[in-house]
Each structure stands twice: as C-alpha cells, then as structure tokens.
Design a protein around this ligand. Structure first.
Ligand SMILES: C[S@@+](CC[C@H](N)C(=O)[O-])C[C@H]1O[C@@H](n2cnc3c(N)ncnc32)[C@H](O)[C@@H]1O
Length: 344
C-alpha cells in the first residue's frame, strides 16, 4: 500500500488546489522562520515534510529563505531538506527546484532530500531549525483496518473507532519524531486538511466526489476492468482530524507547544481557479483526484493496468459525471493551520 502521489510531473501539474491551501500558511511560516535557530554547519536547516514533486514547496521555502536572511544576513546558508516516502518521484522534485522560474534556488541555499516516513525520526536529534508540512499529515502510516468502502467516511461504527485510534497514534508519532529533530526554539508549521463534524457527521469535504468515484469503480467492475476482489481491497489511508484531535497531544508533559491553531474553510479552489473557463472544471477535478488518490486507491492492481484504470475512472467516469450535473463546486475543504514550537 502506498500513499505517494502520481509521479512523472503529473502531481506538480495538477496540484493547484494544494498550492492554494499552502498560501494560508505563508505568513505563519515566514514569522516562524524569522526566529529559526541556526543549526549544523552554521546553516538554518529547513525540513519540508511530504514534499511530493516539490512545486508547491517553492513558495513556502522561498518566504522562509527571505525571512531567515532578513534576520541573519544575505550570506546565511540555508539547507532545505524535502522529505517524502521512498517511492516519491524525487527526480521530478530536484528538476523542479533546479528549473522552475519560481524556485527558491539561489547561492547559499542547498536543496537536499530525505526518503523516509515522517512517522519516524528523519534527522539527527536537535538539528532542524524550521519545519513545514503542507497537505500531507492526513495520510496515515498505513490503513489501520478494513472499511466498508474505500474512504474513511464509509466506516462502520466499529471501523470508525479503529481508524480514529490510528489517527491519534499517528499524529502523536509525527510530533514525537519532530520533537526529537527540532532545535530548542525551532518552529514547525503544518497546513493540513481538517474534518467538518465528528462521529457520524465527520467528513472531509470531498465526499460527493468520493461517492462518484465509488460509482465509477462499480461501473468498471461491471465492465470487467476491475475484479470484485480488487474493489473489496481498495482503501485510501487518509483521516481528516477534528480540532480536538489536532490539539490532543499538546499540554502538560508535551515536548512541543501548540502556539496557534486556525481552522479555515477554503471551499473549492479548483472551482475558483476555473472561473474563467467553467468547462475545464470537470477535467481539472478528475486530474486533481487522480494524481492524489489514484495511486493508493489502485495500489492493489497489477502495475501495468493502473494507468488505464485510473484514466477510465477519473478522467473518464468522474469527469463525465461532474459535467453531467449543474455547474457548482464539488468540494468544501477545511484546513487546519498549526504553529508548533519547541521551547528553548
Ligand atoms: C498531497 S501531497 C502534498 C505535497 C505538497 N506538500 C503539496 O502541498 O502539494 C502529500 C505528500 O505526503 C506524502 N506522504 C504521505 N505519507 C507520508 C509519510 N508517512 N511520510 C512522508 N511523506 C508522506 C505523500 O507521498 C505525498 O507526496
């Protein structure tokens, strides 16, 4: 099972909703960067947790470098570690950092990568001066158990308890690893999808699309392109947390302090981005869901069938279904923006 995004430049090309989400953390991360302590090699070490192909990291890292250099001077070395799972397309990431006209790349800024799970410690103890993570921590370390469907809102009451416990354990594990890596005085800014509601009303804001994808899977089963067993094994290991769940690990005895948490309802960035060309909305949504959720949903299929099935399911079924409905937004995303500090 894998939580990585579609590679080959496709995630970068179709992740404009995630780019829009990250903008809600830019002021917070710029302020946090201004207080970032200098670490190994006299560099400020910046860790970007769950970078994918890197395009959406360019703006946040750019504001971080600017803020660090306003405080420490234009010569201040900055070491930027983009982290992701080992199967991530790191080649696309380094190409993006090297070539993109909006890259943060400049003399004295050193891009690097770490291939490993952010549920484990990824850096030497006390080395990270500033952490950033955008639209990544809703991915669990693994699917904690079966679901009636493939999206967490299809859980039965018993399944829900299992997934909620796994969501809590993973968030604690993420913070424990960061607490070890961060220098005293360092900050970590997390921008991530959050839940509306709780219990039976908990939802991510993507349910209408996920229900349509489920109908698409059923249609592919009927056409013989997907087997019943493959459909039964499909699961997306994502969990959208409530405010209480984000806050739960902090408090007495915690190594980290939650300095601020803001919930922001951002609606549907793709709807706004296609305002001047509404006919592009269905294909835009289909590609966005394909690059983000296609790889994990279709991980149980033979690798040589995945691309065809993904195209049929998302670019075919989902795009047609959206185009057939009255034009309106299909998402109401909610973000949590968290600023976390390791006390000096
Ligand atoms: C939706 S992408 C976000 C990419 C980028 N930060 C952005 O805002 O567009 C989520 C990323 O988190 C990564 N990810 C998921 N689980 C992870 C884990 N346990 N450790 C490290 N990265 C993980 C995925 O591989 C993916 O690249």
């Amino acid at each position: 099972m894998s939580s990585v995004m579609e590679g080959g430049g496709h995630y970068n090309a179709h992740a404009s909703a995630q780019a829009a989400a990250a903008t809600f953390g830019l002021d917070v991360v710029a302020a946090a960067a201004a207080t970032a302590p200098v670490g190994p090699g006299s560099a400020v070490v910046v860790a970007d947790y769950g970078a994918s192909e890197g395009r959406n990291s360019l703006a946040p890292v750019g504001v971080v470098v600017d803020a660090v250099r306003r405080v420490h001077g234009e010569q201040q070395p900055v070491w930027v570690f983009h982290t992701d799972l080992p199967d991530n397309d790191f080649a696309s990431l380094f190409r993006t950092v090297a070539d993109d006209p909006h890259s943060y790349r400049r003399p004295g800024v050193y891009p690097a990568a770490v291939g490993g799970s952010f549920y484990e410690q990824l850096f030497p103890a006390g080395s990270v001066g500033l952490g950033w993570s955008s639209i990544a921590v809703h991915w669990l370390s693994a699917a904690p158990g079966p679901l009636d469907g493939f999206w967490f809102t299809t859980a039965t009451a018993v399944q829900y308890e299992v997934w909620a416990r796994a969501g809590a354990a993973d968030w604690s594990a993420f913070l424990t690893a960061r607490a070890a890596e961060m220098l005293p005085g360092a900050r970590l800014v997390v921008v991530v999808g959050a839940a509306h509601g709780d219990g039976p009303t908990r939802r991510s804001g993507a349910e209408r699309s996920m229900d349509e994808v489920a109908r698409g899977v059923q249609a592919l089963v009927e056409r013989g392109l997907v087997t019943d067993a493959e459909r039964a094994a499909m699961v997306i290991p994502a969990w959208y947390r409530t405010e209480a769940e984000w806050r739960a690990p902090f408090g007495a005895g915690s190594d980290l302090v939650l300095e601020q948490l803001e919930l922001v309802d951002i609606g549907d960035p793709l709807w706004r981005q296609t305002r001047d060309d509404p006919a592009a909305y269905p294909a835009t949504v289909a590609a966005a869901l394909r690059v983000s959720f296609g790889p994990s949903l279709l991980a149980g299929l033979d690798p040589d069938r995945r691309a065809t099935v993904a195209a049929e399911l998302f670019d075919g079924h989902l795009a047609r279904a959206i185009a057939a409905q009255p034009p309106e937004p299909w998402f109401d995303w909610r973000l949590a923006v968290l600023e976390i500090a390791k006390p000096r």
